[in-house]
Design a protein around this ligand. Structure first.
Ligand code: AMP
Length: 214
């Protein structure tokens, strides 16, 4: 009975490694060097599949993977339906924020009831946030480099992930609202949880014991 774990390259992969180590699982190839999409581990019954961050919930929901690690941002946009979410792993932490050009008067625009143009990958989060504030917003869906949108006049604001704030600063953008704190979650396929109960439980318990403290 093979256990398949879906991860995305980069922060999620790197920060999941210590949790895997706590479960006695060591990934045998470096995804930055290998072109393989299925990575073997030291355990013959455990493999890691590399998928795009936004595809992790889909893989796990439909059983392409038994488990996955994915950001709360991605889960909210996906809807999270059908997924068991046993753990907040407290890794890959960042926040979803609203940012504008340094010379854009956001407070004034909001006070005047102006119609804002907001560029984002996070259309659900942005729609709910501006609706709750009673701000009229036209959402422009982008898939990357959100920071460029206010600089080119495509949008007044962006809704994006901020970690250190360095990317905003480098592009002379200013964070004007923090929408929510983000961290990565462990998600589990519901059927796999029943069919592969013991090995999956052991992984969940090992991950739980290794969650980094604040
Ligand atoms: P920073 O310059 O540290 O504020 O990082 C901001 C850039 O990194 C933005 O382009 C974000 O989309 C991306 N980013 C920050 N944190 C994360 C995360 N936890 N997961 C994925 N992308 C992130």
């Amino acid at each position: 009975m093979t256990i398949t774990l879906a991860l995305s390259k980069g922060r999620i992969f790197d920060e999941t490694l210590p949790l895997l180590a706590a479960a006695g699982i060591e990934v045998l190839e470096d995804p930055e060097k290998s072109r393989k999409l299925i990575l073997p581990t030291n355990r013959p019954d455990v493999q890691v599949v590399l998928v795009r961050a936004t595809d992790v919930p889909t893989y796990v929901e439909y059983g392409g993977a038994d488990l996955g690690v994915t950001g709360k941002d991605t889960l909210i946009e996906h809807g999270g339906g059908g997924l068991y979410q046993p753990l907040d792993l407290n890794i890959a932490r960042c926040r979803v924020s609203v940012a504008v050009r340094h010379d854009f008067d956001y407070a004034h625009a909001v006070r005047q009831g102006a119609r804002l143009k907001a560029a984002t990958k996070y259309t659900s989060i942005a729609r709910d946030f501006f609706a709750a504030k009673g701000v009229h917003v036209d959402l422009i869906k982008l898939y990357g480099s959100m920071e460029l949108a206010p600089l080119t006049g495509l949008a007044d604001t962006i809704v994006d992930l901020v970690s250190t704030g360095n990317t905003l600063k480098a592009n002379r953008l200013v964070e004007v609202e923090r929408i929510m704190d983000i961290s990565a979650r462990l998600v589990v396929n519901q059927a796999a949880l029943k069919l592969k109960r013991e090995p999956i439980r052991r992984i969940i318990d090992a991950f739980a014991s290794a969650i980094p403290k604040d």
